[in-house]
Design a protein around this ligand. Structure first.
Ligand SMILES: NC(=O)c1ccc[n+]([C@@H]2O[C@H](COP(=O)([O-])OP(=O)(O)OC[C@H]3O[C@@H](n4cnc5c(N)ncnc54)[C@H](O)[C@@H]3O)[C@@H](O)[C@H]2O)c1
Length: 267
């Protein structure tokens, strides 16, 4: 279904770990739509080596960067501008990690050092991506920055523990920086709030499979796949959405507006 809507655009795509990653699908679609971009992930995530396959398929260079490190983000923009031959038009933040979730800590027994790590990796990193870009003037006018969020920012999902706070902050950063970057350079900043999706980050959450099935039954369109999410994100990078900014955009098959579905009532 490619239509060349990213023809001539340059970008940076973070967070592709393996072929299930939402970022992986975004990279494949962005390539099909005509974009050139660099790929980035935490150096530790490179060990699996899967990202090399994506880089080959997309003819993209990989620039490792820990999203919590200002220096590494600066290097990411400098090298990306160099490799791509100019400033970027889009940036994808597809990064999330909670040590508390990984280690199964319940909400009433959180480790606060880990809580800070969750916030740093999953939310502050988004501010760092934006602040470094602005200071370096690394994003073209009318550029588009998208981060991935989840509805636990608005409503309570007990298994999501400290990631709920991280996502609430992430969405707030999109509003605050969206104002600032919009005024300064007409750069738009949004979050896409995605359905539960079977990825490494998603499946790491306790009770994920049961919840996935629940959300599937609740949503009139069913859960949105990573592929569908990629289509939406690519549209957000395109010129078709130039006036959309500071938004949290639900991409969830209707889940966020449902009270209860007939399917669930019938059991
Ligand atoms: N899977 C879901 O159910 C779901 C639903 C809504 C939103 N999201 C969000 O989508 C985004 C992408 O997750 P995914 O589901 O594709 O899973 P994923 O595990 O494939 O991607 C998460 C990525 O974050 C990267 N990362 C972790 N720490 C990092 C660091 N310090 N620096 C740089 N990168 C780091 C990982 O290496 C990985 O590539 C996350 O923000 C996640 O919260 C996921």
């Amino acid at each position: 279904m490619a239509n060349g809507i990213l023809q001539g655009k340059r970008g940076i795509i973070s967070g592709a770990l393996d072929e299930n990653s939402i970022a992986w699908k975004v990279a494949m679609k962005a390539k099909a739509e005509g974009a050139t971009f660099t790929l980035t992930n935490a150096p530790i995530a490179m060990r699996m080596g899967e990202i090399n396959k994506l880089a080959d398929a997309c003819e993209a260079e990989i620039i490792p960067a820990d999203a919590t490190s200002i220096e590494e983000i600066e290097n990411l923009y400098t090298k990306s501008i160099d490799v791509l031959g100019g400033k970027v038009d889009f940036v994808l933040h597809s990064i999330g990690m909670s040590p508390n979730i990984r280690k199964g800590r319940p909400y009433g027994d959180l480790n606060y050092d880990w809580f800070l790590k969750s916030i740093d990796v999953s939310a502050l990193s988004f501010h760092k991506f934006l602040q470094v870009a602005e200071k370096m003037d690394a994003i073209n006018e009318w550029g588009s920055v998208v981060a991935l969020s989840y509805m636990a920012a608005q409503r309570t999902f007990p298994f999501y523990t400290d990631m709920a706070e991280a996502k609430a902050m992430l969405e707030s950063i999109a509003r605050s920086y969206g104002y600032r970057y919009g005024k300064a350079k007409n750069v738009r900043v949004n979050t896409v709030s995605q359905s539960p999706t079977k990825t490494t980050a998603g499946s790491g959450i306790g009770g994920f499979d049961k919840f996935y099935d629940f959300a599937e039954k609740m949503s009139p369109l069913g859960n949105a796949s990573a592929d569908d999410c990629a289509n939406y994100v690519v549209m957000m990078f395109s010129d078709y959405t130039r006036m959309v900014t500071m938004q949290n955009l639900f991409h969830d098959g209707g889940f966020s507006m449902i009270g209860v579905s007939e399917e669930l009532l019938q059991g």
